[in-house]
Design a binder for this molecule. Structure first.
Ligand SMILES: [Zn+2]
Length: 138
């Protein structure tokens, strides 16, 4: 096991937050054995909170406050030196780790939870509007 990245930090800018230092898992498949290979990148970012999103419906543009969450890994991982499944050296992967995920480290989900709670506490009116728009989108 690789050590868990513990440099996660969160900064708020109004009702948006930036979580930095996030480790992401990226999954792909070995071209030789077809089994899954997982690799990591460190130092990624998650942006989350509430922002105004512009949409066009039947030619009419409108803006609405929406909850959002964007994963921004620091880059693409490199495959491990040896496939953990079939043992081939320098394994090739099918999609260069682009097809699945990326998935944030579980630690980042804990930080995200505090982001949602903090925004709801500090911006209850904005959160109420975003909740309303969430329901209206269904
Ligand atoms: Zn393999």
């Amino acid at each position: 096991m690789e050590p868990i990245a513990t440099t996660t930090a969160v900064t708020f800018d109004g009702h948006t937050a930036t979580i930095s230092g996030v480790r992401f898992s990226h999954m792909d498949h070995c071209t030789r054995c077809r089994n899954a290979i997982t690799a990591h990148t460190d130092g990624g970012t998650i942006r989350a909170g509430i922002r105004a999103v512009t949409s066009t419906h039947r030619g009419r543009r409108s803006q609405a406050l929406r909850w959002f969450w964007v994963n921004e890994p620091s880059g693409r991982p490199v495959a491990p030196p040896v496939c953990p499944n079939c043992g081939v050296e320098r394994p090739n992967v099918v999609n260069r780790f682009t097809a699945y995920g990326p998935t944030p480290d579980p630690e980042a989900y804990d930080v995200l939870r505090t982001v949602w709670v903090t925004i709801r506490r500090d911006f209850p009116d904005v959160a109420a509007v975003a909740d309303q728009n969430e329901r209206g989108a269904r």
